[in-house]
Design a binder for this molecule. Sequence first.
Ligand SMILES: *Cc1c(COP(=O)(O)O)cnc(C)c1O
Length: 397
Amino acid sequence: MADWQELEKKYFMRTFKRMPLTVVRGEGARVWDEHGKEYLDFTSGWAVNSLGHCHPAVVGAVCEQARTLIQTSNQFYTVPQIKLAELLVENSCLDRVFFCNSGAEAVEGAVKLARRYGKLHLGGAYKVITTFNSFHGRTLTMVAATGQPKHQEPYTPLPNGFVNVEYNKVGAIKEATTSETCAVMLEPIQGEGGVNTPDDDYLKEVRAWCDDKGILLILDEVQTGIGRIGSLFGYEQFGVEPDIMALGKGLGGGVPIGAFLAKEKASVFAPGEHGSTFGGNPLACAAGYATLKFIIEGDIPSKVKQTGAYLISELERLKSKFDFIVEVRGRGLLEAVQFDRDLSDRVVRACLERGLLLNPVKPNAVRFIPPLNITKSDVDEAIAVLEPVLAEVGKER
Ligand SMILES: *Cc1c(COP(=O)(O)O)cnc(C)c1O
């Protein structure tokens, strides 16, 4: 058998810090390596495989659509795109949608829309306020939006038009707002930033401020959307409605797709002002439609709430047992534990050896983002691997 990991080292750009595992097959919450070893996957392709790997509803829709029509272009109407648009709009507070191919593209499209709104309705205001520790994607412009120096410093000078301020502090947003501000952009819970959950009133206060100033609220729900935190969209849990919302990750059940939606008043693109060759292609939209329909009809978000509560209670139990766990945080099936020092790599590697995949979201924090339809016994199985690993790590120090 080829040594895939050696070949990767030879041919691939040195950008990913990969773990020593080649995934060749997946089914539900499990994946297998090329030697047939099984792993319980609590990473879900970074919160993408919302129904687990190769869910029959998604596989069926993709196979059927692949035989029917894979791509044409947005020069024409296509059925899966319109069906998915209807499902998203009818189940959210937004009125119109645009499809693209990734989270970064969705958020960037959302920012373009806000700038267009600023030009038309706010005297040319174009600046977008975002927060430290946020994550909005890897395009050069989204790196400027992402308030993390480690993503920004290698690429300066950055595109203009973003102001990064402290998260969970409405005063910081107020101070940063000027006549040049067209929007505030936030994740309801910061995902890549380490699963940082704001105070209950934060989003409401930001919403009120935006209304006050007549500026737009963009929610980047690429990670929190599509059931991840126990409601179809994250905003539902914080008592606010965004003017623009970006989606990605879990929307396609594993197939690459992104989208942004807007309220009617903010849907200001004129024909030709935005576009995409692949965005909204029938294949990805068929996958998105099958995924979203299954999640809505199966009331998966309320299952996420239950399983998530159970996972959090188990993580809290581990916290009371191991003094080097300093915090358990998150909602639904977007959770993390934080250690008092940089233990993530050791913990994640030890779990990998024992058949459990976790994500080291920060050097001192491990993230849990399993498929949305995992069972209580999957959680028990994960904890049964994690607990002795933590005991060992605790003994070593
Ligand atoms: C992952 C993520 C993105 C970027 O998505 P890509 O598909 O990697 O471009 C943007 N925003 C948030 C909140 C994310 O979690």
